[in-house]
Design a protein around this ligand. Sequence first.
Ligand code: G16
Length: 543
Amino acid sequence: MTIQTVKTSPIAGQKPGTSGLRKKCRVFMEPHYLENFVQAIFDGIGGVAGKTLVIGGDGRFHNDVAVRTILRMAAANGAAKAIVGQGGLLSTPAASHLIRLNQTDGGIILSASHNPGGIDEDFGIKFNTPNGGPAPESVTDAIFAGTKTIDSYKIWQGDAPDIDTIGNTTLGDMAVVIVDPVADYADLMETLFDFGAIKALFADNFTMQFDAMCAITGPYATEILEKRLGAPAGTVVHGTPLPDFGGMHPDPNPTWAHELMDVMFAQDGPDFGAASDGDGDRNMIVGHQCYVSPSDSLALIAAHAQNAPGYKGGLSGVARSMPTSAAVDRVAAALGLPCFETPTGWKFFGNLMDDGQVALCGEESFGTGSDHVREKDGLWAVLMWLNIIAATGQGVAELLKDHWQTYGRNYYSRHDFEAVPTEQADVAFDGLIARLSELVGQSYGSLTVSAADEFSYTDPVDGSVSHHQGIRVMFGDDGRFVLRKSGTGTTGATLRLYLEALEQDPAKLDQDPQDALADIITAAHAIIGLAAATGRTKPDVVT
Ligand code: G16
């Protein structure tokens, strides 16, 4: 066996998006596509000679092939050690934990997250830094630059070792450690939450359904909920990870997790429901006949986190992405906690957490997590809710109602317009940017524009600046809308329209969000001119 240097040339379009490089699986299967990007990662982080990497993914089609290729490339590039989830499997939060626990030099995670899997669907890859978090823009920029100049990559000739058997092996001079993907993560959860109280809840006939959507959280949820917490067998459904997610679209929102929604809204539905995504970092929380919006989930967790042993000392601070509702800001203000507003992308929370400025972060895109790892964490959020329910003795609907009575309700919804031809999306988006300065003072029905801008962010820790992070149009105290282009789609452009209105009248806290937001929705369409630019009037997904 020898190290082979393979001649290659740059492949266009390998620019990492919101969370790594995501493309159709068949694109990743083209000659040199994965290898070019992996070599660019290695070069972009200053080489991997003598380093230790964590490697794993969400088990989607091509995962195992990619893990073996990366192992062969890591060995050829001189890595000292690779820690790999058995079968090449690791949820994103579990990978983040292993990177930190073993004080490694980072890791490579294979996933296209909530995007569907299969040979004709999506695949993805990203690098996480030694803090366990997604690489910041400075690193992804260096990786992208590398993809534009690459002329060769190094790969070990010969097969990668068996990745299906737990234990130690080698590839050339590189040690390869195959680990149980679940055990360390489950142990970490036991240190953060009151497993005794949650166990007692289940022993008292509390009922739950967890929909793993045939994706990676199945084994994690089964171990933690059913084995360690005593929830009855069958609590976890769709619990076996499949390469094509069994045809499911593993995005835990009311549209794609409709099977769970049907169960939860049935007359005799369970007390508590949750779903997770392809790689296990997203979560959706549902009570019996009660959907919890991710922004509300974040705010409620901020208000009650001290009920969980890992957070009993209180939170240092909280952060949310800009398009996420300001519900958590209201809790932070009441508790006297620092509150940060970052661009979309979990990578923007990393510096704040490393610096000890925030302990809890969340996004409207069904992502919530804390500084226990540096990724959002679907099961963590589920366990936090279970802990809060066990500690307060209140159900989901009761908790939410009390929350809104105390803090007011930020009515919130996101409307997604998917697979819009790129040029049409650009007409809508760029057209709005060009008109921003004219909007202030204009009225749309009862609403008047008070401010309109493009969001920019200066990282409070390292001073780096990120421009063009979404368009905001504000209507004074009446609410706002935000327009962004998704950075995770793989087909055309996805336009995301985020809508928000604060209601503090105790008599008006029980409306359907689409009704409460009707005026803002109408104003947003009038201002953007979406129908004229794209022909779209109705969103494909509403969350
Ligand atoms: C990723 C990022 C999140 C982001 C989400 C949506 O999530 O980690 O921070 O909110 O994409 O991004 P966009 O609106 O650009 O599509 P995931 O779960 O896909 O890794």
